[in-house]
Unconditional design. Structure first.
Length: 140
């Protein structure tokens, strides 16, 4: 039952109002009374986003540079699990013999692995503008 009293971030729920006599509820230093149900996706904070590849909720885009491309130009197959970082594309190396040997194959054609959508005006950016945006995102 205790596990059911945790938020998705792992913090205990504030039970002080519902259970004022519960010493366990009073022992937590944080009281989360401002959360509300949104029936939506709880997004991660942006800090450190440069180290969170692969991207999208299902990990279907291997790096930030690919995320700035239209879906039809994003990689269709790549390997994940190789821990060498690609600072240019802002993600882990996902192609080549070492990535294939140490990682596992991710195919965006498989059910649930699609990488379409999430094109919010980036298709009109020039290559220089995309480079500038990537450099900015590296600072988060």
């Amino acid at each position: 039952a205790r596990a059911q009293n945790l938020l998705y971030a792992g913090y205990p729920l504030a039970r002080s109002r519902a259970c004022p006599d519960d010493p366990e509820a009073r022992s937590y230093p944080f009281r989360f009374n401002h959360f509300r149900k949104t029936d939506g996706y709880a997004n991660s904070p942006l800090d450190g986003l440069w180290l969170r590849a692969p991207y999208l909720h299902n990990g279907s885009v291997p790096n930030l540079r690919a995320l700035l491309e239209p879906a039809e130009r994003r990689p269709k197959v790549f390997w994940i699990g190789y821990d060498v970082y690609d600072w240019n594309d802002v993600g882990f190396v996902t192609r080549g013999p070492a990535a294939e040997a140490q990682g596992w194959r991710y195919d965006t054609a498989a059910l649930g692995n699609g990488n379409q959508g999430h094109e919010y005006g980036t298709a009109t950016l020039t290559p220089d503008e995309k480079d500038a945006l990537i450099e900015y995102l590296k600072t988060f």
